[in-house]
Design a protein around this ligand. Structure first.
Ligand code: HEM
Length: 413
């Protein structure tokens, strides 16, 4: 166990999600906010950031005051491949409930358990590919050569994307995820994202039409035929749901595996224990999710004038619950800044959200990440990041958290 993220004096004074240094390590800023100003107005974003566990919990659970309606438009803007209908992540109850019930069926623990062997086969194929490419000993990039390829392959399989189209599919998905950073791109890159968003939509339209005629054992077919209270999903709703699963399920799981490897680098004593006993992998993942969550914050909008933790927030304002800060709230987690895989948390962590939009894919994400580590630790005798954890370059994002790349040295068994 060790304490990390001490406040460095040379850094900016206040939490500014757009600041480069803050993005690299937001935790000292979160700590300051929790102590001094748990709800803070950010003029540069015209939004209210919420840092305390209680504040975040309230925002996520009270959908009547804090609406999700603008979440998707904010994330994808004009690059949404299915702009005609909102995805459920951008709907408030009661409308949200209908779609959620339909989708829940596909992500129940029993359904996820049935996918485990396929996930294991995909992870094994990727690791064998690495050994074939680099030899029995050498270096590879944990992020670009492993974790970025794995969840997208699993979700392609789940959705029913034919193997022959997987490479194109990955390019479209990557560009859809890039749309979240559209403000930073020039016209050429934006034209590319537009084209790929359109191609993804056409691909899903064709897949829908094909599966409508010939249902298969895949998620698109399940959605086409699923019924709740005698109602089925429309074609556009199925297309939007498929897009949502890509956005929600690909980069997040990639980053979870990235963050986990960084924590293992930072805590060699934990690494040694987990390598000797793979049954500790779930605990390792839970603590990584709490300590350094891959989704750092969410967006909501106030439905009416309100007050949160003593701060007045006018109607129609953006509110940013900081999940990464709530997970370090000292009033809720003992030794909150200590990475401790043996921790027995007294309250739920916020990493998968709370309330009506609690992550649909949490069972799938946990299974995927566990299986990936089991495969890697079984097949590779060593796999160690080369850089110090403190030198890792994190994604240039205040929303998503994960190492940008992570060169590792490995030795196969
Ligand atoms: C480590 C991995 C993951 C993390 C940390 C994560 C995190 C989250 C969070 C914080 C939310 C709440 C959003 C909100 O309240 O507005 C959410 C919702 C969601 N997640 Fe995940 N997620 C992960 C993996 C996945 C996977 C693998 C899938 C599916 C393939 C998925 C699908 C979804 C969907 C569909 C929603 C929206 C649920 C709703 O609106 O009811 N997620 N996720």
């Amino acid at each position: 166990m060790s304490v990390s993220n001490a406040v460095a004096t040379s850094l900016p004074d206040q939490y500014d999600p757009l600041n480069e240094q803050v993005k690299q390590n937001p935790y000292p800023y979160y700590a300051k906010m929790r102590a001094n100003e748990p709800v803070m107005y950010l003029p540069q974003m015209d939004a209210y950031a919420v840092a305390s566990y209680e504040g975040v919990d309230k925002v996520l659970k009270d959908h009547k005051l804090f609406s999700s309606q603008f979440f998707w438009p904010e994330l994808l803007g004009e690059y949404d491949p299915v702009p005609e209908v909102a995805p459920m992540i951008s709907m408030d109850p009661p409308n949200h409930v209908h779609l959620r019930k339909l989708a829940n069926k596909a992500f129940m623990p029993t359904k996820v358990a049935a996918l485990e062997e396929r996930a294991r086969a995909i992870a094994t194929e990727l690791v064998e590919g690495l050994i074939a490419k680099h030899g029995k000993e050498g270096e590879f990039d944990w992020v670009w050569e492993f974790t970025a390829l794995y969840p997208v392959t699993v979700i392609s399989e789940v959705l029913g994307v034919p193997t022959a189209r997987r490479a194109e599919f990955k390019v479209w998905v990557d560009d859809l995820l890039a749309a979240a950073n559209r403000h930073a791109y020039g016209p050429e890159r934006l034209a590319e994202i537009r084209a790929h968003s359109d191609q993804l939509r056409r691909f899903f339209e064709d897949l829908y039409d094909e599966r409508k005629q010939n249902p298969q054992d895949d998620l698109i077919s399940t959605f086409i035929n699923a019924e709740v209270n005698g109602e089925t999903m429309t074609r556009l709703e199925v297309l939007q749901m498929a897009t949502l699963l890509l956005i929600g399920g690909v980069e997040t799981t990639t980053n979870l595996l990235g963050c986990t490897m960084v924590e293992l680098r930072r805590h060699p004593e934990v690494y040694a224990r987990v390598r000797a006993d793979h049954s500790l992998i779930p605990q390792l993942l839970e603590e990584t999710l709490r300590f350094n969550p891959v989704v750092q914050m969410l967006f909501r909008h106030t439905v009416e004038d309100t007050e949160l933790c003593g701060v007045k927030i006018p109607k129609g304002k953006a509110v940013m619950p900081l999940l990464g800060s709530a997970n370090r709230d000292e009033t809720k987690f003992s030794d909150a800044n200590v990475f401790d895989i043996d921790r027995k948390p007294e309250v739920a962590m916020m990493s998968f959200g709370q309330g009506p939009h609690f992550c649909l894919g949490s069972f799938l994400a946990r299974m995927e990440a566990r299986v990936a580590l089991e495969v890697v630790f079984s097949r590779l005798e060593t796999v160690d990041p080369i850089a110090e954890a403190e030198d890792v370059v994190w994604l240039d994002s205040y929303f998503a958290r994960g190492p940008h790349n992570l060169q590792v040295r490995f030795k196969a068994r």
